[in-house]
Design a protein around this ligand. Structure first.
Ligand SMILES: Cc1cc2nc3c(=O)[nH]c(=O)nc-3n(C[C@H](O)[C@H](O)[C@H](O)COP(=O)(O)O)c2cc1C
Length: 275
């Protein structure tokens, strides 16, 4: 039951809720919005109808308009600020060895959860290592798992570099695997959702940009991804990734111990125009 409620005193019958509904299930009956019972199943819970209403006349599934941030009052970044954020973001491989404030991590995750998802499925799980001591233990487990594979001589072709990664950690304490990040974020999605991989990557991209705006550094971590998803898959259950989830990617983050002075000039993108 969607339980669409309309405050008839407030509704001005503009029909924006109906015309903006992606599922096109809202109709105007006597100038008031309505959803036929048999169409309710097609609602994707996007709540466009609630937040487009200038009169705050509509609630759906118990969701009230006053529950969320008012956009007209929110200071949006200017384009040049967003440009500096995007161009200034770099992969950080040097971190301060202390935990990020847990309240900030909670905020980053809550914001990242606003990333779009296919069919608005939002079947994501954010798995966070929010304590550097736990990441230390995890690194030990990962390295031990890689060592086992090395000892059994069964590293897949093309992954020989993992021998160097293990050696660097064991002999010099050089952490190529996690690059010294105190925290890790893994985003997975229900494999049966509409677009699990895309949803994970968009959520991580959103997380990353917001994290950088909050003064943190991040690293898309392909080596950790390969380790967890392929080389030492037992790590997935250790991390609590559900069996019916697809792991999207792995990102390290933390307070950076480096500061970049400039953006780099990437030159012009390769573009083709269709005529
Ligand atoms: C999907 C993906 C996987 C990556 N994996 C790693 C990794 O395992 N280790 C690492 O040090 N950097 C990794 N990187 C970082 C890239 O090397 C980096 O993004 C690229 O060199 C551009 O530098 P920038 O991010 O500082 O602009 C990865 C980046 C992406 C997008």
């Amino acid at each position: 039951m969607l339980n669409l409620t309309i405050d008839a005193e407030r509704c001005i019958g503009c029909g924006q809720c109906a015309s903006d509904c992606p599922a096109q299930i809202i109709t105007m009956e006597n100038s008031l919005p309505a959803i036929a019972a048999e169409l309710e199943q097609f609602c994707i819970d996007c709540r466009h109808c609630v937040v487009i209403c200038s009169e705050e006349a509509l609630t759906i599934s118990g969701y009230r308009p006053e529950a969320a941030m008012v956009l007209a009052e929110a200071p949006l970044p200017r384009p040049e600020q967003l440009e500096a954020l995007i161009k200034g973001r770099r992969s950080v491989r040097n971190y301060q060895q202390r935990n990020v404030d847990p309240a900030l991590i909670d905020r980053l995750l809550a914001v990242a959860a606003h990333a779009p998802s296919g069919h608005n499925d939002r079947e994501l799980l954010f798995t966070v290592v929010d304590d550097k001591g736990i990441l230390f233990d995890l690194r030990e487990e990962a390295i031990a798992g890689l060592e086992k594979r090395l000892a059994a001589n069964d590293l897949p072709a093309g992954m020989e570099m993992f021998a160097d990664i293990v050696a660097a950690w064991r002999s010099e304490g050089r952490d190529i695997l996690f690059r010294g990040a105190p925290h890790l974020l893994l985003v997975s999605a229900l494999a049966e959702s509409a677009s699990p991989l895309q949803d994970c990557l968009i959520a991580l991209t959103t997380f990353e940009l917001y994290a950088v705006s909050c003064g943190l550094g991040t690293l898309w971590n392909g080596l950790a991804m390969l380790t967890i998803s392929e080389l030492v898959p037992s790590l997935q259950s250790r991390l609590g990734i559900p069996i019916d989830h697809q792991l999207g990617y792995v990102m390290g983050f933390g307070l950076p111990a480096v500061r970049y002075q400039r953006c780099v000039d990437r030159g012009l993108p390769r573009v083709q125009r269709v005529r």
